[in-house]
Design a protein around this ligand. Sequence first.
Ligand code: NAP
Length: 284
Amino acid sequence: LTAQILSGREAAAAVQSDVADRAERLAARGHNVGLATLLVGDDPASHVYVRNKHRAAAEAGIASFDRRLPESSSQNDVESLIRELNEDPAVHGIVVQLPLPPVLDGNLAVQAIDPTKDVDGLHPHNLGLLVLDQPGLRPATPSGIVRLLAHYNVEISEKLVLVMGRSFLVGRPLALMLGTKRFNATVIQAHSRTVDLAGLARSADILVAAVGRPGFVNAGYVKPGAVVVDVGINRTERGVVGDVDVESVGRVAGAVTPVPGGVGPMTIASLLENTVSAAERSGR
Ligand code: NAP
């Protein structure tokens, strides 16, 4: 491979040490920062994500509350628990681990979160502030991606970025964020109906793959020297792999983020950063 590997573990450690300092300053004034997660049902991947969030919170000196509900829970059970967390002064951030079991509505659950505690940045209020380019809690994965690029001094301003995927969790908010006056990228938002995706992708200086298909992006999608960000987390017989075929892409790209150890740790670091920001603003 000739591409540089942009490790998220190294960049996340830098963010987390800053978060830990801020949490300590709040604790010294009697405010212990708290993050609550809500996990509904038995999805094994969701259990791993929640465990990782609690571990990282503990390392940063953030108290965490691990709330769980059974698979059979009703929408009302979920929203009642969220309302309880909204009222709890020890909780500054609330994460509803998505996806919820199929009979439940994840969007409505997120809308039940107090927007000032919505540290995943997925409440319509916070997504609206992103559209308006006003301060607010930003979605964790897109924030993690821009931090990762900043850590390695990857220039975003005036670059052409193609974002593959338009989910409300990753692709759409990332495309919005990169196009703001803060980042000044020119953004192509691609999806499953995009015509000549490979051709468009080959024009991009920065290519972000958030499609959820193992090894989908190969060298045919990449302009020589481009920076390739792999958001995918796909469980396969070979273990966890991204959306990028690193063997192929690594010979053409200038830099590529690894999976695991790329965007994943940055997402958690950004979640903790949002939590400490929410606590600083709440004043309690
Ligand atoms: P999602 O909701 O399933 O969205 C996938 C997107 O990819 C959709 O917009 C879809 O287009 C598009 N797509 C699917 N097939 C395509 C194709 N052949 N060509 C072009 N676009 C295609 O997934 P998500 O929640 O955004 O997650 C994407 C991946 O990132 C998953 O592997 C997920 O596990 C991972 N992820 C990682 C992190 C992290 O922290 N690293 C966080 C969140 C998610 P349509 O809209 O047209 O269907």
